[in-house]
Design a binder for this molecule. Structure first.
Ligand SMILES: Cc1cc2nc3c(=O)[nH]c(=O)nc-3n(C[C@H](O)[C@H](O)[C@H](O)COP(=O)(O)O)c2cc1C
Length: 191
């Protein structure tokens, strides 16, 4: 198997974010031949404004676009805000969805997951995210659905994953499924 690089995006800007902690945990559980880079620039992405289209791209957006283009796959961990996804995350996805005829995320395999202190563990938010990514033609791993509920019991005060067998197993399976999706999406002549 060739080396694969995944770009991990957390939808939370919070310093002790459970979702960012979940991505750090996933990075530590990556299978052989897979590296995971944690994207930390979400807070620097300006509000999308359609009047800016066609002009010079803001540096933060150009950086995100380049990193997405260079990645073999994307992992997005989203909090659930008001049964949906945080505005900062949708804002970044709106930038990546334009120009509409050059979808940088289109055909880029992705896996989604999320953590919340509720009993539902971002199930509703992930449905919203799945719908947005579907509109952007992003192939998303469909199973397993990693909804880390009661996250306040699984992360410490600094947002570090305490560790439990079920979540770790789900993370391993999700990463393996993303590898499979990436390899299935590759043209036949690429090793
Ligand atoms: C504006 C706002 C709305 C929220 N709405 C929900 C919600 O609909 N469902 C839920 O499970 N948690 C909700 N929460 C709680 C978040 O799940 C919780 O703060 C979580 O820790 C955020 O993720 P993070 O730790 O990665 O920052 C909300 C939090 C905020 C700040």
């Amino acid at each position: 198997m060739s080396t694969l690089n995944f770009l991990a995006i957390s939808g939370s800007l919070r310093r002790s974010s459970h979702n960012t902690g979940l991505l750090r945990a996933a990075r530590n559980l990556a299978p052989a031949g897979v590296t995971i880079d944690l994207y930390e620039g979400l807070g620097a992405i300006p509000f999308f404004d359609q009047d800016l289209e066609g002009g010079p791209e803001p540096d933060a957006v150009a950086d995100l676009r380049r990193r997405v283009r260079e990645a073999d796959g994307i992992i997005i961990a989203t909090p659930e805000y008001n049964s949906a996804v945080p505005g900062v995350l949708v804002n970044a996805l709106d930038w990546l969805s334009r120009p509409a005829d050059q979808l940088v995320l289109g055909s880029k395999p992705a896996a989604i997951l999320g953590a919340s202190p509720s009993q539902f563990g971002t199930a509703r938010g992930q449905l919203v995210l799945r719908q947005v990514l579907h509109r952007m033609q992003v192939p998303v791993v469909s199973h397993p659905e990693v909804t880390v509920f009661q996250s306040h019991r699984r992360f410490d005060a600094d947002g570090c994953f305490i560790g439990d067998d079920v979540t770790e197993s789900l993370l391993r399976t999700l990463l393996a499924e993303l590898v499979t999706l990436v390899e299935r999406s590759r043209p036949a002549d690429v090793a």
